[in-house]
Design a protein around this ligand. Structure first.
Ligand SMILES: [Zn+2]
Length: 506
């Protein structure tokens, strides 16, 4: 009995299948209707149009780097342990982990992580056809066209952004009493639990081969500083070498006095009252020898070890994997601790003297700081300009703080990656007005940065603000910035670098 039912079922299935086949045949037959022919013809024309007009978008790799993310590691006795800058010569960490700024309940690393994620989300829109439509809508709020393009046209480019981190240490619900808590947040390479050397943030960035790195930070404002925003720059070889040669009496002090960097060097210890030349000199010792110097610049400060930093990164300019065995600080050469005995020899120093590094860090459209300075300043201007376009309430006077002169020092990020580095102190975390901008209007800030990043690659025609004025028309020009607040909208000239951005790793 059971068998018969099964057979009946199978035969019904067979019948259904046969019926489906007939239906399909009839449908195909029906395709010859005039409506279908019309659709086919239109489809072919559209396809032909697509094929003949199709151009591959230019694609760019870039990095969004929300600063910090790690923790202070405490010993049992409550003391903080050094946990950054692994030095294979000494077999220990040279520095404390830089956890970033804190003010009230606000943490720089958390705020910058949120901002970084938002900027990336907007840039990701450029990666798909429908996303691009949305991105173009945002561009249209800012501008009518690319620089040089007529009409309502924006060059389609694809921006492949990567974040240097997706969380902070305290998202992981672990105690900060183990040295490995900072494994994903260090700048320099470090040994893991099994003593294998792992990539820090600088190596990670270089391995992504970006053409642009946007690093997001907030900084503390000292007494009398009402806040605002500022860039962070690292001078190039020629400026540090100038200082070195002045100390060796091969160059005159007046050459430093003429330098654009004079007046911009970060004063990391204001109480000590060091002059700009003395600060620059201590930086240059750190840059050349791995230790900062005393105030006079005639002695190494052994308490201020910076490490041979280009060897603390996995990239094409690391001398060798066994460099620590060749470290001879008492001999003439690239590791000499005596100024006179120092020789800038080797892969890294050749890179430092190269044209590409000069373009990145010296001279350029802003007269000093090279393309890094231009990109940094341009993005800060995009925030100033963009937030006022997007949020009418922010157009009121004094709602947004000014752009200060950049901080200049031998910062690691702008030196040890082959990419244009826009290092932004986008606000002062301990100033309420800056928090109202960066936290309160985060979406508008993120959109402005994303549009600014697009403009650095493709250029953008900058329009007046909705009231018909430009920021720089303002009578009350309170800024210290050398030439105003309105973005230039000029794209960076990346072509001139050739393969440089890709060549930092083998
Ligand atoms: Zn910071």
């Amino acid at each position: 009995m059971h068998k018969i039912t099964m057979l009946a079922k199978l035969s019904k299935l067979h019948k259904d299948y046969y019926k489906d086949c007939i239906d399909l045949y009839n449908r195909i037959k029906g395709l010859t209707s005039s409506r279908t022919i019309l659709i086919l013809v239109f489809g072919s024309v559209a396809l032909l149009f697509f094929i003949t007009n199709f151009k591959f978008n230019k694609e760019y790799n870039l990095i969004i780097d929300p600063g910090h993310g790690g923790a202070n590691v405490f010993q049992k006795d409550g003391k903080i342990v050094k946990n950054e800058r692994w030095d294979p010569v000494k077999g220990k960490y040279l520095s404390y982990y830089l956890t970033g700024m804190e003010a009230d309940t606000y943490h720089e690393h958390l705020v910058m992580l949120e901002l970084g994620k938002k900027v990336k989300a907007y840039l990701d829109l450029t990666q798909s056809f429908w996303g691009w439509q949305r991105f173009e809508d945002i561009l249209r709020v800012f501008s009518k066209a690319n620089n040089g393009n007529k009409g309502n046209k924006f060059e389609r480019i694809t921006l492949k952004a990567k974040l240097t981190r997706k969380d902070s240490w305290n998202h992981r619900y672990e105690k900060a009493d183990k040295i490995h808590i900072n494994n994903d947040y260090r700048l320099y390479d470090y040994p893991d639990e099994r003593a294998r050397l792992r990539h820090g943030r600088l190596s990670f960035i270089n391995h992504h081969r970006p053409s642009l790195v946007v690093s997001l930070h907030m900084t503390p404002a000292g007494k009398g500083n009402e806040g605002g925003m500022a860039g962070v720059l690292a001078p190039g070889f020629r400026s540090y070498d100038l200082v070195r040669r002045i100390l060796l009496k091969e160059e005159k002090m007046k050459e430093w006095k003429k330098s654009y960097w004079n007046g911009k060097v970060l004063d990391s210890n204001k109480k000590a009252g060091w002059k700009q030349f003395e600060l620059m000199n201590a930086d240059s010792w750190g840059y050349f020898h791995g230790y900062r110097s005393n105030k006079k610049g005639n002695k190494v400060n052994f308490n201020a070890a910076r490490g041979i930093r280009h060897n603390l990164v996995s990239w094409a300019y690391k001398e060798s994997d066994n460099w620590a065995k060749d470290y001879r600080p008492n001999q003439a050469g690239p590791y000499a601790l005596k100024y006179r005995d120092f020789e800038a020899k080797g892969k890294f120093w050749d890179r430092e003297r190269s044209q590409a590094e000069s373009w990145r860090r010296e001279g350029g459209p802003k007269l000093y700081g090279g393309d890094n300075h231009y990109a940094t300043d341009e993005l800060l201007r995009f925030v100033q300009h963009g937030v006022r376009i997007l949020r009418p309430a922010m157009r009121e006077k004094k709602k947004i703080g000014k752009i200060h002169f950049p901080f200049a020092s031998s910062y690691a990020l702008p030196i040890y990656v082959n990419a244009i580095v826009a290092f932004l102190e986008i606000g002062y975390l301990n100033r309420k007005r800056d928090r109202e901008l960066i936290i309160g209007e985060m979406d508008a800030v993120a959109k402005s940065l994303a549009v600014g990043i697009y403009s650095l690659y493709a250029g953008l025609k900058i329009e007046a603000l909705p009231d018909g004025t430009y920021l720089d028309d303002s009578k009350s020009k309170v800024n210290e910035s050398d030439d105003g607040y309105t973005p230039k909208g000029e794209a960076l000239d990346l072509e001139k670098y050739g393969d440089y951005f890709k060549s930092s790793v083998d």
